[in-house]
Design a protein around this ligand. Structure first.
Ligand SMILES: *Cc1c(COP(=O)(O)O)cnc(C)c1O
Ligand SMILES: [Zn+2]
Length: 422
C-alpha cells in the first residue's frame, strides 16, 4: 500500500485532521492509509484544522478522561474513539525528582514516568492512536515490526480490541519482552536478524496484505501523533507551562520530534505561554547514528549495525533521524550517547534516588542527563524533565549481574546479626 494514488475520499472521521502533508516537499495527500509522498517518497505527517468546531481550551481538556483521550481534539482519531475497547494509556506521573536533582546538583528536575502505562512503556500511546485510525481506515489486523515494547503494546491492544495481531521481533530480544507479547495470544514471529532486517520484512508484508495495519509502517503518520501526548501531559502537569529542558531517548526519533510538535501546538493554540525550550536526545553508544551525525555536524544520518544492551533503542537506520537533528539544532539542544556501562549506572542511580526502576532506555536517558550536566551543556538551574519510557522488570538481565542480596543466611536472627549488616 503506497501513497502513489490519492483517490481516497476525505470522508473519513479522524477528528480535526484534514490531510497528510509531506515533510520534505509539502505535497498534500488526502487522509488515508498513506505514509510516503507520491512526489518525493518523503514521510507524510498529519495536518489539522484546529479552528473548526468547539474551541480547544484548558478547561475542555481538563474535563476529559484521565488518559490520552483528554487530548482527543489534538489527535487524528475518530470522534467515537472513547466508545471502542482500548487500553487507554496516558496521564502517567510527572514525578518531582528531588533526590536525583540533589545528587546531580540541579535546581528542579522531574521524571515523566511512562512505565505506568498499561503494558509499561510509552508505546501504548502511539499504538492507541494507530489502532483508532486503522479501524476507521478499514484495516482488520494490527501488526508491527518491533524492538520489544511495541510488540507488547500491539499484542495487548489488539487483544482488547478483539482483532488479530501479527508481531515481528528480532529473535535475540529480551525473554521478558517475548513472553509479555506472546501471552496476549496473537501471531508472534521471531526473525533472525536485526531490527532493521525485521523492519524490511514488515514493509514487504505491508505491501502484500492490504488489510494489515503495520502501526509504525503503513499507518505511521497516525501512530507518530500519539507521542505528542507526552508533551501535552508534561506541560499540563507543570501547570500549563513548557519545561526549559527535556531529555528524550531516541530509537526511530519519532517521539522526540513529536514532543517538539506538541510544545509548538500548545503555544500556537494559546494553551501555554510561548517560552523557549531545549530538546536533548539520548542514545546508546552501541547504536548512536543520530548522536554521531549531530557531533559530526551532518544533516543526514548514516546507518549503523546496533551492538548495545539497550535493545528498545537499537534502530540502526532511524526514520526520523534527520528531523531529530533539525529539532535539536532549532531548540538549542544536543544529542549525546552513553556506553552500556553508563546506562546500567543510570538505571541504578534512578532506582536508588527515586524508587523508579527503569528499563535500559531510561538508563540511557538518565546517564545522558548526567553526562550533559557534567559537560556543562545542560543548565542545572533550568526546569528539566527526563522521560523514563519503559519498565525495568522487562530488562532484568541488564542489572541482575550488578545487584543482589547483601548476604544469604540461615533462617535465624542470630545469623542476620552475625552477617555484620548492622
Ligand atoms: C520505542 C522506544 C523509544 C523510542 O521511540 P522512537 O519514537 O522510535 O524514537 C524509547 N523508549 C522506549 C522504552 C521505547 O520502547
Ligand atoms: Zn514530498
Amino acid at each position: 500500500m503506497t501513497a502513489l494514488t490519492s483517490d481516497v475520499t476525505t470522508s473519513v472521521d479522524l477528528g480535526r485532521a484534514t490531510h497528510l502533508a509531506c515533510r520534505e516537499c509539502g505535497t498534500v495527500t488526502p487522509l488515508g492509509p498513506f505514509y510516503a509522498c507520491g512526489e518525493c517518497f518523503g514521510p507524510l505527517e498529519v495536518a489539522y484544522d484546529y479552528t473548526a468546531g468547539t474551541p480547544i481550551t484548558r478547561e475542555s481538556i481538563e474535563s476529559g478522561p484521565q488518559n490520552i483521550w483528554r487530548y482527543q481534539q489534538l489527535l487524528p482519531v475518530p470522534s467515537y474513539v472513547r466508545d471502542t475497547p482500548n487500553l487507554e494509556p496516558g496521564c502517567t506521573p510527572l514525578v518531582p525528582a528531588k533526590n536525583l536533582a540533589r545528587e546531580l546538583g540541579m535546581r528542579a528536575l522531574w521524571v515523566k514516568d511512562d512505565s505506568a502505562n498499561p503494558t509499561h512503556s510509552f508505546k501504548d500511546r502511539v499504538v492507541a492512536c494507530a489502532l483508532a485510525a486503522a479501524r476507521e481506515l478499514g484495516f482488520t489486523v494490527l501488526a508491527c515490526p518491533s524492538t520489544g515494547n511495541l510488540a507488547n503494546a500491539v499484542a495487548a491492544a489488539a487483544a482488547r480490541a478483539g482483532i488479530r495481531s501479527v508481531v515481528l521481533i528480532p529473535a535475540d530480544l529480551e525473554q521478558q519482552k517475548i513472553t509479555a507479547t506472546a501471552v496476549y495470544g496473537g501471531t508472534l514471529v521471531a526473525v533472525e536478524g536485526t531490527y532493521d532486517d525485521v523492519n524490511r520484512v514488515a514493509s514487504e508484508l505491508a505491501g502484500e496484505h492490504e488489510d494489515w495495519a503495520f502501526v509504525n509502517v503503513n499507518v505511521r503518520p497516525y501512530y507518530a501523533e500519539g507521542s505528542k501526548t507526552l508533551g501535552f501531559e508534561t506541560a499540563e502537569a507543570l501547570g500549563w507551562r513548557l519545561p526549559e529542558q527535556v531529555v528524550i531517548p531516541i530509537a526511530s526519533g519519532s517521539q522526540l520530534t513529536k514532543v517538539d510538535k506538541a510544545f509548538r501546538e500548545l503555544s500556537s493554540l494559546g494553551l501555554v505561554e510561548e517560552t523557549p525550550y531545549r530538546i536533548f536526545g539520548a542514545q546508546a553508544t552501541g547504536c548512536s547514528p543520530v548522536s554521531q551525525a549531530f557531533k559530526g555536524g551532518y544533516d543526514v544520518v548514516r546507518p549503523v549495525r546496533p551492538d548495545t544492551i539497550a535493545k528498545s533503542l537499537a534502530i540502526g537506520n532511524p526514520a526520523d533521524g534527520p528531523y531529530v537533528l533539525d529539532t535539536a539544532n532549532r531548540t538549542g539542544g544536543v544529542i549525546e550517547d552513553v556506553t552500556d556501562e553508563e546506562l546500567v549506572e543510570g538505571i541504578r542511580l534512578l532506582a536508588r534516588t527515586e524508587g523508579i526502576f527503569a528499563e535500559t532506555a531510561g538508563g540511557v536517558t538518565v546517564a545522558t542527563l548526567r553526562k550533559l550536566l557534567d559537560a556543562g551543556v545542560l543548565d542545572p538551574d533550568a526546569d528539566t524533565v527526563v522521560f523514563n519510557t519503559g519498565e525495568g522488570l522487562k530488562t532484568l538481565d541488564a542489572v541482575s549481574g550488578h545487584v543482589g542480596p547483601a548476604a544469604t543466611i540461615p533462617a535465624s536472627a542470630a545469623a542476620f546479626t552475625a552477617a555484620g549488616l548492622v
